[in-house]
Design a protein around this ligand. Structure first.
Ligand SMILES: NC(=O)c1ccc[n+]([C@@H]2O[C@H](COP(=O)([O-])OP(=O)(O)OC[C@H]3O[C@@H](n4cnc5c(N)ncnc54)[C@H](O)[C@@H]3O)[C@@H](O)[C@H]2O)c1
Length: 391
């Protein structure tokens, strides 16, 4: 971290505070965003949990050595008794075994109903710790402290918590809304570049769905974001979180009608997930989502949902240009070899969003304007094929 960056981090700046509505109309939880906020973790937790005594500080073995001490010191300064739980980094830790181990550890630490789980880490830690909080003694409070960009702009907001089963991702889970989300963009200094890129793909998705302004601002800020400018990150993360927060507030438990609820957040994920699997995880999830955005743009254009004025770049071109600026892959066609298209079609056939033979596929009529298309896996694959087959 440069000296100027660390100086900026220690300045007293007011965090951005957003409020996310939860199912009952008069309830919401704050999302606090600001450089240096992690040092105020204890203070923020004490403000919202005046009677809590014990804290389960859950992190992974990359993040705990980096930020565990700062978190613990801040919590102890507010007289919390801190119990550290460190899981191995990576998706494999989103397992029933780790879940039970964590809950048993909380029992062993004599935690009670008024105590709190603090999830300090990426989406894996957030999902696992959030589910443990939801289940321990029928549910205790959870504070989300996301440290990856994916977790800051996406996973920590919205209350979805889960672990994976051998049969698939996120199959064992529930909604458990955090009592506070505390986001410190300074921790992104240590986030590996490819992980940062994955978060950028999600931010671009939020812009593509809800705000052309955000879409263009993320692209314009690409270099500052890659340079880990904490002020720019704070602003851009806050804007992205606000878009996701508005969406989940309209449909807290994903029950909304197609096109109006949080189902649109699946933009780029249907094909992206299938490509991620087909790549044998050579591609990271966010990189595959970026390719999924290209796919959604192509399908939308070829279905005549997205129309372009003469002389203007088409939707696919706009999405590819944005991904290039964000240093994300755009080579969708390399992943659509005849053999992979076959696997993609089979994968889409198993997609959890499938209703009978059709899939609710999220397209765009333009940047900022999503629409739900009902397409079969065969139709999607046919629309993606390049060169476009003659009809
Ligand atoms: N609940 C939701 O709504 C939701 C939404 C999106 C994703 N998710 C879930 O989130 C997970 C993906 O999240 P992720 O991309 O954060 O993965 P992750 O938690 O595996 O983190 C990615 C990597 O970055 C490391 N890391 C995190 N913060 C760091 C930091 N500040 N410095 C250095 N290293 C750091 C982690 O140790 C890990 O190796 C998936 O399991 C996905 O299903 C959940």
């Amino acid at each position: 971290m440069s000296q100027s960056q660390s100086q900026r981090g220690t300045e007293k700046r007011k965090p951005v505070a957003l409020h996310v509505a939860v199912p009952t109309e008069d309830e919401s939880y704050p999302v606090l965003i600001g450089p240096g906020l992690l040092a105020k973790l204890g203070y923020e937790l004490r403000r919202s949990h005046s009677t809590a005594r014990r804290v389960a500080l859950v992190s992974d073995d990359n993040v705990m050595p980096l930020y565990g001490e700062l978190a613990r010191t801040s919590l102890e300064a507010e007289e919390f008794v801190v119990h550290n739980f460190t899981i191995p980094a990576g998706e494999a830790s989103k397992s029933v075994e780790q879940l039970v181990k964590l809950v048993e550890g909380m029992v062993g630490a004599q935690m009670g109903r008024r105590d709190v789980v603090v999830a300090l880490g990426g989406g894996v830690v957030g999902d696992l710790a959030g589910l443990a909080a939801a289940l321990f003694m029928r549910g205790i409070a959870c504070m989300q402290c996301p440290t990856s960009l994916v977790a800051q702009v996406d996973a920590s907001v919205g209350g979805k918590v889960a672990v994976d089963l051998p049969a698939g991702k996120n199959l064992l889970g529930t909604f458990h809304f955090p009592t506070v989300v505390l986001i410190d963009p300074e921790v992104l200094q240590t986030l590996p570049d490819r992980e940062l890129g994955c978060g950028l793909a999600e931010m671009l998705k939020h812009g593509a769905l809800f705000s052309p302004e955000h879409f263009h601002q993320v692209v314009a800020a690409a270099d500052d974001i890659h340079g880990r400018d904490a002020d720019v990150l704070a602003r851009m993360v806050a804007a992205s979180v606000a878009l996701k927060a508005a969406c989940v507030s309209r449909d807290p438990r994903e029950q909304g009608e197609a096109g109006k609820g949080r189902v649109v957040l699946n933009l780029g994920h249907t094909v992206g997930h299938a490509i991620e699997l087909a790549s044998g995880f050579e591609l990271k999830h966010g990189e595959a989502v970026g390719l999924g955005l290209v796919a959604a743009a192509r399908v939308s254009e070829r279905k005549d949902l997205a129309k372009t004025e003469d002389g203007e770049p088409g939707l696919e071109q706009q999405v590819k240009a944005a991904l290039t600026a964000l240093r994300l892959p755009t080579n969708l066609d390399d992943w659509l070899t005849p053999e992979r298209l076959e696997r993609l079609e089979a994968g889409l056939g198993n997609d959890k969003k499938r209703g009978f033979s059709s899939i609710s596929y999220i397209g765009l009529s333009r940047i900022g304007d999503p629409a739900v298309l009902s397409l079969t896996p065969q139709e999607i694959v046919g629309l993606l094929r390049n060169p476009k087959p003659d009809c």
